[in-house]
Structures are given as structure tokens and as C-alpha cells.
Design a protein around this ligand. Structure first.
Ligand SMILES: Cc1ncc(COP(=O)(O)O)c(C=O)c1O
Length: 425
């Protein structure tokens, strides 16, 4: 018997329990968050976490990989089936490293990348000046128009002017459908690669509630948490087949599968996180069931009802609504900053995040807006009827933003309501 003290850490266990209670007792409305199933949580806490397996199934730098090879192959096959591609890399540690891998695969340092500016709905990894994507590469950034819609004319104009080698389509705070074909035309006009980052909308792509970029973009990347309800991680998807190893590869379209695989390892990462790969496989199995399509439809329906109800109550939504899972609300006409609104809603048990709005006159540290969405509430079984109630609560909390006692009472009421909508088990 090993007498090394494998003590339990009650302090951390208690905090994990408290976090589970916080989630269960409130309304998690940050659109990039969701609740994973117990099946996913179980494999995340398994012995798969112990295993090193640098390389890919069948070609590893370590022994003892027979079982993790099977796990990774299952995850790959499910990802290919779900999204209809011929090549999937499931090893990226998360969304940002996955985007980094795509850049590393397709570009040379200093090449030009055209992506949406963070303050208009893009992600940091789409070229923000303080991110790797804006320091290692020559980043130029497009914006939305005044109403918050992607300004495709500006994208085309900037592409002509700057001749990017990569155009990034895909957003973190954009409530409308993306016209992938238009982005493809623009990319083709300057001979650029097109990356579709569908991290936020992949569940809607699976359910058919958002057009798929597969077959249009050269590379499709999605995180596996968010809408997909899996563990933290990412899928990098493309068509084509990897070539024989060790050949020097030109950065051409036909070499993309190999370029991606080599960018992940040896380019950027060491051993894959096998417990995470297993969790991704489980989440993908769930996403392949017909019920997942129902889930995606309901996420979109819930967002529409919530948006309509909020607008009826005088909230100003960027673009005047949503056709995805999320909405961005300009709080200026309600007399609150985004930060103040986030705080007041938080006290009432409604978790959202502050967010810039297009052409925001305020600082990004205390911007004008908030961003919220329906994926996590939908996972808990909430439907249109509940969205009407949620809109009423958001309105009430905003109206009583300075009244802590009122917000505290609201939190109690919301906690009572959530008992009918437990976290998945
Ligand atoms: C569009 C988009 N891409 C990439 C990422 C990065 O993912 P991660 O936080 O897993 O690094 C995010 C995260 O919110 C995102 O919204």
C-alpha cells in the first residue's frame, strides 16, 4: 500500500460544490456557456487524464496508447460525421490555440490577416493588436455598419486594399446569420484562405438553424464547449486527406489537412488531453442524436422570443433583434452602463456579460452593452413561456439596479423557479 498522502482537498471540493449551486440557483445567460452532461463530466474525471500520447492514433511517440488511440479515433469519426467533412483534428486544447494552429498552418509570420474587430463582435484571436494574431501577423480589421450588421462592402474593400492571405469569418458577439458565400467570393477575389470560426454557432449549424460553412470555407473551427455542450476543447475541420509524413509541405489548399495536423503537433502542442478528447467524443455522440437538433431549434426559438419580449419592454438590441442564440443590448437608453447592468442582473441571479456595442462611445472596460443568450437555459429545459418570464425579470432588475434588497428578493424568486429546471444529470 502506498503511504503517500493522497489527501482530498475539501477546500477546493467545497468551492466546486458552491459553483455548481451558483449555476443551479441562477440563470446562466452568458452565450458562450452551457451545462455539460454527467456523461461528459464522468470521463473528464477519469484515468484517461494520466496518459501521454504525443502524435496521432497509430503514430505516437509513447507506448501504451492502444486505448487512447481508440478514444481519439472515435472522436475524429464522430466529428467528421456530424459536420460532414473528411478530416478532423480533435486535439486543440481550446478555441484560441485552435485558431493559433490554423494561422500557424496557413501563414508565415508577417502575413496579412483580415478579421472582425473585437469591439464589433470579433474574437481576440481574429487579429486584436495585443493578441498573438495581431502581433505575429499583420492584422487588419473590419467592422459592422452603424446598425451592427457585417459590412461586407467594407470587407471586400479592405481585402482589395490589403490583399490578406487569410480572412476570418466568425464572431463572438454577432446576433445575425453569416453569409459564408459572400465571404468566400471576397476571399477568392484576392486568393486568400477563408477560416470560419463557428465556435458560437456550431450547435445551430448542426440543427440547420444557421447555414453551414462546410464546403465553402477552407477551414472550419469550433470550440466544443459553448453550444456543443462538451468539455473545453476545439475541432479543426476541413476536407482532403493528410499526406505522407515528413514531406516538406507548401502552404496550399490541398495540403491543409496535413498542415493543420503538423501545426498542432509538433508545431504548437505536446501531448493531447485524452480525458478531454474522451469528453469531446461523448458530447459528439450526444450531438449526433435527433434530440440535439431539437435542442438547436429551441435555442434559436428561445432567443427570438426573449429578444422580442425585451424589445417590447424598450430594450434596444443591436441589429434590432437576433437570428442566432445571442443578443447584444445597448443599455444607454436604460440609464445604465454595461458594467452596471451586469452587476445588477448578477445580484438578481441572472449572469450576463458586459460588452461593447458597435461604435461604442464608452470604454471597453465599462462599455455600453450587455451580451446574453439562451444555450444554457435551453439545456435546462426552458422554452418560450419561460423566456417571457426571463425578459420580465431582466427588465425588473434593470429598473431596480440601485435597490439591493429588491435584487436579493428577486434572486430568491429566481432560485425557486430554477428548481423545476435542474442542471443535466
Ligand atoms: C468565436 C470564438 N473563437 C474563439 C474563441 C476562443 O475560445 P477559448 O476561450 O476556448 O480559447 C471564442 C471564445 O469565446 C470565440 O467566441
Amino acid at each position: 500500500m502506498n503511504d503517500f498522502p493522497f489527501i482530498a482537498d475539501e477546500e477546493i471540493q467545497e468551492l466546486a460544490k458552491k459553483e455548481a449551486e451558483r449555476q443551479a440557483n441562477g440563470l446562466e445567460m452568458i452565450p458562450s456557456e452551457n451545462h455539460t452532461s454527467e456523461a461528459v463530466l464522468n470521463v473528464l474525471g477519469s484515468r484517461l487524464t494520466d496518459k501521454y500520447s504525443e502524435g496521432y492514433p497509430g503514430a505516437r511517440y509513447y507506448g501504451g496508447c492502444e486505448i487512447v488511440d481508440q478514444v481519439e479515433n472515435i472522436a475524429i469519426e464522430r466529428a467528421k460525421e456530424l459536420f460532414g467533412v473528411t478530416h478532423a483534428n480533435v486535439q486543440a486544447y481550446s478555441g484560441s490555440p485552435a485558431n493559433q494552429a490554423v494561422y500557424f498552418a496557413l501563414l508565415e509570420p508577417g502575413d496579412t490577416v483580415l478579421g472582425m474587430h473585437l469591439f464589433y463582435g470579433g474574437h481576440m484571436t481574429h487579429g486584436l493588436k495585443v493578441n498573438f494574431s495581431g502581433t505575429l501577423y499583420n492584422s487588419v480589421q473590419y467592422h459592422t455598419d452603424k446598425s451592427g450588421f457585417i459590412d461586407y462592402d467594407e470587407v471586400a474593400k479592405m481585402a482589395r486594399e490589403h490583399k490578406p492571405k487569410l480572412i476570418v469569418g466568425g464572431y463572438t458577439a454577432y446576433p445575425r446569420k453569416v453569409d459564408w458565400k459572400k465571404l468566400r467570393e471576397i476571399a477568392d477575389s484576392v486568393d486568400a484562405f477563408l477560416l470560419a470560426d463557428i465556435s458560437h454557432i456550431s450547435a445551430l449549424v448542426v440543427s440547420g438553424d444557421h447555414p453551414s460553412p462546410v464546403g465553402i470555407a477552407d477551414v472550419v473551427m469550433t470550440t466544443t464547449h459553448k453550444g456543443m455542450r462538451g468539455p473545453r476543447g476545439a475541432l479543426i475541420l476541413c476536407n482532403g486527406n493528410p499526406s505522407t509524413p515528413l514531406k516538406k509541405l507548401e502552404k496550399t489548399k490541398e495540403n491543409i489537412p496535413s498542415l493543420i495536423d503538423r501545426a498542432i503537433i509538433p508545431g504548437l502542442q505536446g501531448g493531447p488531453h485524452n480525458h478531454q478528447t474522451a469528453g469531446i467524443a461523448v458530447a459528439l455522440k450526444q450531438a449526433l442524436q435527433p434530440e440535439f437538433k431539437e435542442y438547436g431549434h429551441q435555442v434559436a426559438k428561445n432567443a427570438k422570443v426573449l429578444a422580442d419580449e425585451l424589445m417590447k419592454r424598450g430594450f434596444e438590441l443591436v441589429t434590432g433583434g437576433t437570428d442566432t442564440h445571442l443578443m447584444v443590448i445597448d443599455m444607454n437608453n436604460k440609464g445604465l452602463s454595461g458594467k452596471e447592468a451586469e452587476k445588477a442582473l448578477g445580484k438578481a441571479g441572472i449572469t450576463v456579460n458586459k460588452n461593447t456595442v458597435p461604435f461604442d462611445p464608452r470604454s471597453p472596460f465599462d462599455p455600453s452593452g450587455i451580451r446574453l443568450g439562451t444555450p444554457a437555459l435551453t439545456t435546462r429545459g426552458m422554452k418560450e413561456k419561460e423566456m417571457v418570464q426571463v425578459a420580465a425579470w431582466i427588465d425588473e432588475a434593470v429598473q431596480h439596479a440601485d435597490d439591493d434588497a429588491h435584487l436579493k428578493n428577486m434572486h430568491k424568486e429566481i432560485t425557486k423557479f430554477t428548481k423545476d429546471f435542474p442542471l443535466p444529470s
